[in-house]
Design a protein around this ligand. Sequence first.
Ligand code: PMV
Length: 299
Amino acid sequence: MSSIAYMNIAIVKYWCKDKFTPYLIPLVPSISLLSTKLYTKTEIKESGKDLFYLNDILQDEKETNKVFTFVDKVVKNRNKKICINTYNNMPTAAGLASSSSGYMALSIELNKFFNLDLEDNMLCKIASIGSGSASRSLYPIALFDKNGEIEKLESNIQFSMIAVIVNANRKKISSRAAMQISKDTSKLLDVWIEKNTEYADIMKRALKENDFNKVGIIMEKSTNLMHEVMKSSTPSIDYFMPLSYEIIEFVKKLRLDGINIYYTMDAGANVKVLFEKKDEVKIKKIFNEKYEGKIIDVI
Ligand code: PMV
């Protein structure tokens, strides 16, 4: 028995928690697209001792405790010790949101293994305890609203997305720690809450009206403002590397040349590029030539 969940990339970003009820209530709504390529596969077996393997490597005490703290929040009065085997088909913690697929795959697998009888809505809430973005990993397009509820959205837009890998190493500061710093210190927090709530409303309409350009414009606005919030925190949080800026400039230049593409970035230096399926061959060719060996298909 094993469970699979795909990672998601936000087109309206989530950054900062309000509280746990015990489920996560975010400060802002967010909207995501589910990857069709990058996933986590998780398998649980009964074991003499609680163990956690990631890509066949036994994890240290810190990582193991983190995962089992989550397990014990989901499964109360657990009567079995378990071994968790997790595989990611993507670089872990590279700003490619492996936590989103990771906590969703684990939630689905726990649900099966311990017969928890959780329905989809509850699975999303459970996953949000591990990672806010994980709550969005059940649906192709998901809205995680300010009440901590997940809504499935629809659109006829045929999305395609690649990631340009700038840095595949573990990130310097976890998103959890960084969000707390932003919440405690960023002067832009009120602007963030107000504007991103507005972006979510516009994005919902743009998806419904199949307006790809509006989706792209709002995605960039939400990304830019989120990174302003990070940078305006004390200490300043900056996930960009020189190559991240270069790729963004390249996206903007292509757009001026009439190619319909938009960028987004998460808590890492990698840049994701969004376009429509109909332009996929042309755009992938351009990026594979310019950033050879650094391109990963996301959608
Ligand atoms: O799910 P977390 O706690 O790792 O937060 C990730 C937040 C961003 O990836 C930066 C944005 C988002 O909405 O996915």
